[in-house]
Design a protein around this ligand. Structure first.
Ligand SMILES: C[S@@+](CC[C@H](N)C(=O)[O-])C[C@H]1O[C@@H](n2cnc3c(N)ncnc32)[C@H](O)[C@@H]1O
Length: 356
């Protein structure tokens, strides 16, 4: 029997067939499917806008009609207008009649000098773009064809440069929850530190703190540069090497940071990092495990679910990390006083204490 589009009642659901009480049947809208299809276009038009310098140009020249922007950028006016209109539709620019300008979102996140700029992060956040094209094969084979593990420095250097602003904000705000600034001369261990946002936040808040900053040798230069820029590099010891293997002083750190490092390591690797953190902490010291944690229903934090898929799309052992798993490892290792904090939106961290 032929189906019937809304608003006609579906033939199979008529009163004659179903009896009372009958239910009006309305086919679901296709909008969830369209929003996925348009997700591809949305991401690429944001990349194009950044590539063309649209947001920084609008910041420089102020709200304006389309022609001055097209002239300044040396691009086709008609195509630029379609791009700007699309950005308006996505809520990333504001427009009144023929005048376009930055809105608060663009000013904060999409300009190079925005307070919470994501300009460096946007191109690298999904991982290598080509891995998404091959996702079906990755799922068939259980691993991506060209994982970032093949050349970690090539991927992680731009990634940690791009994530620094966001994670530094999270790490600085985390002090309101865990009060590391009240520690006396704390020793910090930052495993897989990237640009060392956590170490820099603690060293900035505690003038007598010191840090051991670890990353792969090809990436550690970013931490050296960032700590120097923030005036704290003289209180850092830089430790190059695999965080599963580098030698760590046991029982001596006040804070161990596992910042967005567990989700690429597989379950055994992540648990091993939690165990290493426990061994390195002095009694009473705390571990910070920050990541995107999937909830038991798989629905309340879709960002974490998609981040898990992103890891699987581009790494050999990456996986969706659940809050339950992390708490299980922390409890199993012997940690106590486990808390979950969200220092800034979307950035979560478990904090737990090694018993005295
Ligand atoms: C997603 S970044 C997180 C950076 C930083 N901790 C943060 O919270 O922003 C992951 C970092 O772990 C580093 N990493 C990955 N595998 C590693 C390994 N086996 N040993 C040491 N560092 C590693 C990467 O180079 C990268 O800097």
């Amino acid at each position: 029997m032929a189906d019937a589009p809304y608003p006609e009642i579906k033939k199979t659901h008529s009163m004659a067939r179903k009896g009372r009480p009958w239910v009006d049947y309305k086919p679901p809208p296709a909008s969830p499917v369209w929003s996925v299809i348009e997700g591809f276009a949305s991401y690429h038009l944001l990349l194009a806008a950044l590539d063309l310098d649209v947001f920084d140009t609008l910041e420089r020249i102020g709200s304006t009609m389309i022609e001055p922007v097209a002239t300044e950028l040396g691009v086709s006016t008609a195509h630029l207008q379609a791009l700007l209109d699309s950005l308006v539709a996505l809520g990333l620019l504001e427009q009144y009649r023929d005048v376009y300008g930055l809105n608060d979102v663009a000013r904060r996140y999409l300009t190079s000098d925005g307070e919470a700029s994501m300009v460096g992060l946007i191109p690298v956040a999904p991982g290598p773009h080509t891995n998404w094209i091959g996702l079906a094969d990755t799922i068939r084979n259980g691993r991506p064809e060209t994982p970032i593990d093949d050349d970690p420095a090539a991927f992680y250097v731009p990634l940690v440069e791009g994530t620094f602003t966001t994670i530094f904000r999270a790490a600085s705000r985390a002090d309101m929850f865990i009060r590391y600034s009240s520690l006396v001369a704390p020793r910090v261990l930052d495993l897989g530190a990237g640009g060392a946002p956590w170490s820099i936040a603690v060293l900035t808040a505690c003038p007598d703190a010191t840090a051991v900053v670890n990353d792969l040798s090809g990436v550690l230069g970013v931490a050296q540069r960032m700590t120097a820029e923030h005036g704290v590099s003289d209180r850092c010891e830089f430790l190059a090497g695999d965080f599963h293997e580098v030698e760590l002083e046991e029982g001596s750190f006040d804070l161990v940071v596992l910042g967005h490092v567990c989700r690429t390591e597989g379950e055994d690797g992540a648990r091993h990092l939690v165990e290493r953190a426990f061994a390195a902490l002095r009694p009473g010291g705390r571990v910070v495990v920050s990541d995107y944690f999937v909830d038991p229903e798989r629905k309340f934090n879709p960002h974490a679910v998609l981040m898990g898929m992103t890891m699987m799309a581009s790494t050999v052992k990456g996986f969706p990390l659940t809050g339950e798993q992390v708490v299980g490892w922390l409890v199993g290792t012997g940690f106590e006083a486990i808390r979950l904090i969200e220092p800034i939106g979307f950035q979560f961290a478990y904090v737990a204490t090694r018993p005295r």
